[in-house]
Design a protein around this ligand. Structure first.
Ligand code: UDX
Length: 439
């Protein structure tokens, strides 16, 4: 099937290349000339494991192309909308500018019988509004909402092997046509028997924000427990293990530490609260404000802990920050807890050196006043404290004995509860982590 994908960021670019893998002919459209050029030349504009290979493979097949011109999308039977919906400046709601622009640009090429399939995370009600616009301007065209649940770092795997498909379908006769087109797009996945939820627009839109709100709540729950553990001397990691054995609770997303960041969870819970307010149902989501508060408090606590470890003052102290991306295996620094802490430390007088296997370039652009290093060893040279703030494998696997020879003071703060505490203690380090006793 000929398919277009409008918006070629983390979501759209991976989606476009994956669709080729599923047997389709795909054109990716983006307004960013540099991104389109890089993708066309087979160079991934971002770090995502497996994507570079997938991109090269898909381009080599001749079935993938990229363009800045929406006319390249003409003739596609399905048009995916994969643009971003960031938080609005100065308020909680989602900025739908890019969705609106993408939808309007599609009006130039859309023909009756073709399907626009929204993938962007949008406030509930958006699909119905867009459907009305498409119906008015291109009668006979179709709209579906088909949320995407991919995690950065696992984007390729999650796209090719999703755990569920959600179709938000139009009411009435059009539902069958839209569903048939989506089934054709995902044919190999559907054939594997992957669970499929066929529903209305509002439910499909809410599935995404509800899922992300649940995940955020789970993380903040364990981080709230971490605060209590700090007050009582209990150990949050063992607590998480013990409650996680109950399969009604489950151990996943119960890792206490610096909390959640990134381009999705923080802005999605805020946009959800804002939308609930517009709908007169704000009380239903006031708990998300607390989820957000708990999360942001972790960053402040991490800075306090660093100060504590540095004998009560950060002034002039050399602090190494390992990790800048919002999570490992990504170069994404949007609302990164690690960078937030690094910047706070610097603003409070510490001499901060940040390193990250993939995100240094992006970080330097956003925080040019921070000092950056290529390796953990370089960042930690003569450091008074080392903070591990993103749990990249290479940091989890650092040899505390060898690493101890480069620092001035063997003090480590494990911001993600990811290090082997006993090994670091045995190598003579003082070990601190959120929600665990000092060692
Ligand atoms: C999230 C959702 O998981 C995904 O389904 C959705 O499509 C997009 O948003 P992503 O933003 O890539 O994906 O990251 P995720 O793996 O969910 O992690 C989000 C943040 O939570 C990271 O900062 C991570 O470090 C943090 N986290 C995760 C914790 O602090 N503790 C955990 O136990 C898990």
């Amino acid at each position: 099937m000929r398919i277009s994908v409008v918006g070629c960021g983390y979501l759209g670019a991976v989606h476009a290349a994956s669709l080729v893998e599923l047997g389709h002919e795909v054109v990716g459209v983006d307004v960013d000339e540099r991104k389109v050029q890089a993708l066309s030349r087979g160079r991934s504009p971002f770090y995502e494991p497996g994507f570079q290979d997938l991109l090269e493979h898909s381009l080599a097949s001749g079935s993938l192309s990229f363009s800045t011109d929406i006319n390249a999308a003409a003739g596609a039977r399905v048009h995916f909308v994969c643009v971003g919906t960031p938080q609005k400046h100065g308020e909680y709601g989602a900025d739908l500018r890019f969705v609106q622009t993408a939808a309007e640009s599609l009006l130039e090429v859309l023909e009756p019988g073709e399907l626009v399939a929204g993938k962007s995370t949008v406030p509930v009600g958006t699909a119905a509004r867009l459907a009305a616009m498409f119906q008015e301007k291109v009668p006979g065209s179709l709209l579906a909402w088909n949320p995407e649940f991919l995690r950065e770092g696992f984007a390729v795997r999650d796209t090719l092997h999703p755990d569920r498909l959600v179709y938000g379908l139009p009411a009435g006769r059009d539902a069958g046509a839209a569903q048939a087109l989506l089934d054709e797009v995902y044919a190999p996945i559907v054939a594997r028997g992957v669970p499929k939820v066929e529903t209305d627009y509002a439910t499909a839109e809410m599935v995404k924000t509800a899922a992300n709100s649940f995940l955020a709540t789970k993380i903040s729950f364990i981080n709230a427990m971490a605060e209590l553990c700090e007050a009582t001397g209990a150990d949050v990691k063992q607590l998480a293990d013990a409650i996680g054995y109950d399969d009604r609770i489950g151990r996943k997303f119960l890792n206490a530490g610096l909390g959640f960041g990134g381009g999705c969870l923080p802005k999605d819970i805020r946009a959800f609260m804002a939308r609930a307010g517009e709908l007169g149902a704000d009380q239903a989501l006031t708990f998300l404000r607390e989820v957000d508060n708990i999360n942001m408090r972790r960053r402040i606590r991490m800075v306090e802990l660093a100060r504590e470890v540095c004998d009560g003052s950060l002034l002039g102290k050399r602090v190494a920050v390992l990790g800048a991306a919002f999570k490992p295996d990504s170069d994404d620094i949007r609302d990164s807890p690690a960078l937030n802490v690094a910047a706070q430390l610097q603003l409070q007088g510490a001499v901060v050196r940040v390193t990250d296997p993939a995100a240094v370039e992006n970080s330097r652009r956003q925080w040019p006043q921070l000092d950056y290093a290529d390796t953990a060893e370089e960042a930690a040279e003569r450091a008074d404290a080392v903070l591990v703030l993103t749990e990249w494998r290479e940091y989890r696997e650092l040899d505390p004995v060898a690493f101890g020879t480069v620092v001035a003071q063997k003090r480590v703060l494990d911001g993600r509860n990811a290090l082997d505490r006993e090994a670091w203690l045995a190598a003579g380090w003082s070990y601190r982590a959120l929600g665990r006793r000092a060692g």
